[in-house]
Design a protein around this ligand. Structure first.
Ligand code: XMP
Length: 519
């Protein structure tokens, strides 16, 4: 049994499901995501005080449409657990309780004006009319008995409903997205109706986590592969607070790190007070195995294998020197752990990085103190632990590093270009005050060359693409509308300072359909 009261979000595959979870946590309630096909009534333990049914891309009339055991409603009524259906969840609840859903003739996606109808517990405190973010194909056209309409929009006569007993609620729009003007107010109202204590307070949770780690690890030794990224650094700091110098950090130079990164990471770790920092320079080994490799999955696989081998060797060596390790700590965070319809591809990718079996490493118990947290919560923990902004404000950088930002065959020339261009892009983004507003900004070395003219001569050189995105959690992302002057300046610097590049392009695709990284 958890010490926090919990809200379950049952995931029907919407790209926003993790966002619902995060919004609920912002309102100080612990939320957990459960894929619909893994849900069963016995997961509604005693500490569960509310349930949200998420949106999803399917129509309830499709053959393989996700659904849920209808007994959930009888059970929830018995225990007085409120349920909120959002979008697909709104339709599914109406359908399972005996209402009618019609197959929509046209999809509505985007802003709409919600008008409140009559008295509503869920929409209490909202103005009569407000902007919401709609997304639907099908429509609820008839409500189950004991339900009433509480909101409508121009194209959606039943945009919100609630049961007379004040337990079940449905909204066709997305309260979790920022474009819904009073979305947070609606979620807050729902949490109030559930009667939550609001006990998900990060500053309290930290001390409790440290205590948990201390109890579990005792006097044993812990190994952690540090990268200098936010997740592994915060993981290390939490464990260090709990057990001190029985924590050993291994930092591997893969050769695909950015310019100056090795020195920066080592310095930063020393400044944070870690004593046992073991640096392994494996750059030649990675390079030898990866030179000439072209295919993205092959690159990732080779990288993952060598990384595991190098870490395994380091673990064996350290065990000879210090004695046995009992734990392998990892900076796994909540979205890595919980698959949702919208994130499974990213999750698979990240998993493939960890999936290589090595005897010493795989004999160790996993220690993942951040496995309950989202990235923004991890950043909050970092701040509260006194970790400097240059660490928690750092953009995510994938494990395989520059490798996934060099398209086509890996060559030393392309690595050099990626490294130099990275330095320029990051430096300028910080100087122009753009860095902190972005989820990520980075250059990518394309696999093709283009003709240009430098001085008097025609050149035939590489093209560098700049990728800059805004995002809340990397599940979806928008390309950033950066000032032309900034892009012009960065392009000029790259072409002038990075030998072998004569053209810079800017990527204007969102995720989806593109991903943030290129490989
Ligand atoms: P994509 O490219 O799937 O990326 O839109 C989503 C987020 O995940 C990061 N990413 C990775 N992080 N190891 C990591 O630790 C990886 O192999 C990896 N691949 C992608 C990416 O930078 C973005 O923030």
């Amino acid at each position: 049994m958890n010490i926090h009261e919990r809200l379950l979000v049952i995931d029907f595959g919407s790209q926003y499901t993790h966002l619902i979870c995060r919004r609920v946590r912002e309102l100080k309630v612990r939320s957990e995501l459960i894929p619909w096909d893994r849900f069963s009534i016995d997961l509604i333990e005693e500490d569960v005080k509310g349930i949200i049914l998420s949106g999803g891309p399917k129509s309830i009339y499709e053959d393989d449409a996700p659904t849920i055991d209808p007994y959930i409603f009888t059970y929830a009524r018995k225990r007085k657990i409120p349920i909120l259906g959002i979008c697909y969840g709104h339709q599914l609840m109406a359908h399972l309780l005996g209402g009618d859903v019609s197959r929509g003739k046209k999809r509505e996606y985007g802003p709409a004006i919600l008008e409140i109808v009559g008295e509503s517990k869920l929409l209490t405190g909202l103005p009569k009319k407000s902007r919401v973010w709609m997304s639907h194909g099908d429509l609820v056209i008839k409500l189950p008995s004991n339900m009433k309409i509480s909101g409508r929009t121009e194209n959606c006569p039943i945009a919100a409903y609630e049961s007379i007993d004040g337990l079940f609620f449905g909204v066709q729009f997305h309260p979790e997205v920022k474009h819904t003007e009073y979305g947070m107010k609606i979620l807050d109202n729902f949490l109030k109706l559930c009667g939550f204590r609001r006990d998900w307070v990060i500053s309290d949770i930290i001390n409790q986590k440290i205590k948990e780690i201390r109890q579990r690890v005792g006097g044993s030794r812990v190994l952690l592969a540090a990268s200098g990224g936010v997740d592994s650094t915060v993981t290390a700091k939490l464990i260090h607070e709990a057990i001190g110098d029985n924590l050993h950090l291994v930092f591997i130079n893969t050769g695909f790190l950015r310019e100056g990164e090795v020195e920066w990471v080592l310095n930063m770790l020393r400044n944070l007070g870690f004593k046992n920092i073991h640096y392994v320079d494996a750059s030649d080994r990675f390079l030898k195995a990866l030179l000439g490799v072209e295919h993205p999955e092959e690159k990732r696989k080779i990288f993952a294998r060598i990384y595991a081998e190098v870490l395994e060797e380091a673990a064996k060596k350290l065990e000879r020197e210090y004695g046995r390790f009992r734990f392998l700590a990892q900076g796994t965070i909540y979205p890595d752990r919980v698959e949702s319809g919208a994130t499974s591809s990213t999750t698979d990718k990240i998993k493939s990085h960890h999936n290589v079996v090595m005897p010493t490493l795989s004999s160790l118990e996993k220690l993942e103190p951040l496995a309950d947290f989202y990235k923004d919560e991890v950043r909050k923990i970092a701040r509260l632990l006194g970790i400097p902004k240059e660490v928690w404000g750092r953009h995510p950088f994938p494990g395989p590093g520059l490798l996934v930002r060099i398209l086509g065959s890996i060559t030393e020339e392309k690595i050099r270009i990626a490294r130099r261009a990275h330095k320029i892009v990051e430096e300028e983004a910080k100087k122009w005050g753009i860095y902190d507003e972005l989820w990520q900004i980075f250059p990518v070395v394309l696999d093709s060359k283009a003709v240009g003219v430098k001085g008097d001569a025609r050149s035939y050189e590489y093209i560098v693409a700049i990728r800059a995105v805004k995002s809340e959690d990397a599940m979806t992302a928008e390309f950033a509308r950066l000032p032309w002057q900034f892009l012009e300046h960065v392009a000029k610097r790259i072409v002038n300072e990075v030998e072998g590049v004569n053209r810079v392009v800017y990527d204007v695709t969102h995720k989806p359909p593109a991903t943030i990284e290129y490989e």
